[in-house]
Design a protein. Structure first.
Length: 394
């Protein structure tokens, strides 16, 4: 009996990535929601402001049959509590599992999943180096922006960061396969998010704790910087989640300008997140909902109009003409006892039943054959698309 350890490792890492991501994103969403719902505490001085060392905000909530009373100290409480809970391992395990998946799928399998000879003649080593450099440079650029005067305006900083990410998506799309370019943009964002936790949020919180223990007054700037990075992470979560799902939807990264689809759907995610944040502050959400809807509609419209009707040869294309094409480019992987994703291409019945999936992967996104080792030509893809568009005639 032979065990496919690579597939089991892939499954295990994806499962860990999903579980850790749920825990991290859940805590991020919860604490932003909590911040948005805090109200001034009942006890304060004559002006209503909280006393020094007192809570700056509080919230009562009910869940699971019990009542919770939460209090927030804008800088720090007057005394260090005996037990303090930290939120960091969710972030670390999300990134570690995600990076491990990137290595397993796109670096170990660079020839098939990372490199696209039609875009750039890269060796696997060069492709991997570019991918790793993108993660590092992304963090350096973002961190520099957060330390520049841009930090005074979150909206402006976010706009510049968005431009950087779109530019990175365009560059990576010229170097990597479209799917790999998407995943690397997601990895860039994920790396920035976890670096915010590891290099800014947690260290700043540790400094505040150390000041309390030493009897010093903590620097308010530490908490302000940590909160800003946490807010940035909150807005980046939905675009990252979209990119995590995108490999299953080739109409996104298979578009003629995949970076444009990524930009539109990424902005849609940011707008949706902003709707929830506005609701938490008790502010109007109508205009933002309209913006999110228009962005999503623009994405769908662009992809739909771009694909249109596949143009093919003037004469009718029959299965007899398509069968040799499939035998040359697809049979090696799909005509086996256990074909990938259950897609067997060894008969008309099997091929016609999988026509929509074939079009998505071999015509629209051109993701198949993996790495195109058989050198499937654009004319062959066009012919295959024309046959499918005609209803897959026998």
């Amino acid at each position: 009996m032979q065990i496919d350890w690579s597939e089991w490792l892939n499954l295990g890492l994806r499962w860990l990535h999903l579980v850790a991501g749920i825990a991290w994103i859940g805590s991020s969403f919860y604490f932003v929601w909590l911040d948005n719902h805090l109200r001034a505490p009942a006890a304060g001085d004559a002006s209503g402001a909280p006393r020094e060392g007192a809570a700056s905000g509080e919230l009562w909530s009910v869940h699971g049959g019990g009542f919770y009373h939460k209090q927030k100290y804008q800088v720090a409480p007057s005394q260090m509590p005996e037990e303090l809970h930290w939120f960091k391992w969710e972030a670390y395990f999300t990134w570690l599992s995600g990076f491990s998946l990137l290595v397993l799928v796109y670096y170990v399998g660079a020839q098939s999943f990372l490199i696209d000879p039609a875009r750039a003649a890269l060796s696997p080593g060069a492709g991997i180096a570019i991918g790793l450099a993108a993660l590092a440079v992304g963090w350096l650029v973002y961190d520099l922006m957060c330390r520049s005067p841009l930090r005074e305006n979150n909206a402006l900083l976010g706009l510049f960061w968005f431009v950087v990410l779109v530019w990175a998506a365009m560059v990576l799309d010229r170097l990597f396969s479209a799917r790999a370019a998407y995943l690397h943009v997601g990895a860039m964002i994920g790396t920035v998010m976890v670096a915010n936790v590891f290099l800014v949020i947690i260290p700043n919180q540790r400094k505040v704790v150390a000041d309390l223990i030493a009897g010093r007054t903590p620097d308010p700037a530490l908490g302000a910087a940590a909160k800003q990075r946490s807010l940035h992470n909150n807005y980046m979560t939905l675009p990252v989640l979209f990119i995590m799902l995108s490999p299953h939807y080739p109409m996104t990264w298979g578009a003629g300008r995949p970076w444009l689809v990524l930009a539109l759907l990424g902005l849609t995610g940011v707008a949706i997140r902003h709707v929830f944040n506005l609701r938490g502050r008790g502010r109007k959400t109508g205009p933002t909902i309209v913006v999110a809807t228009l962005l999503a509609a623009a994405s769908v419209t662009y992809v739909t109009l771009e694909k249109g009707v596949v143009s093919g040869p003037a004469e009718n294309v029959t299965y007899a003409q398509i069968a040799p094409l499939l035998a040359t480019h697809c049979a090696g992987c799909h005509n086996v006892p256990v074909p990938p994703r259950g897609v067997a291409l060894d008969s008309y019945e099997h091929v016609s039943a999988a026509a929509a999936r074939i079009r998505a992967m071999a015509v629209d996104s051109q993701a198949m054959p993996l790495g195109n080792p058989t050198h499937m030509t654009p004319a062959e893809r066009q012919q295959l698309g024309a046959w499918i568009a005609a209803g897959s005639p026998r």
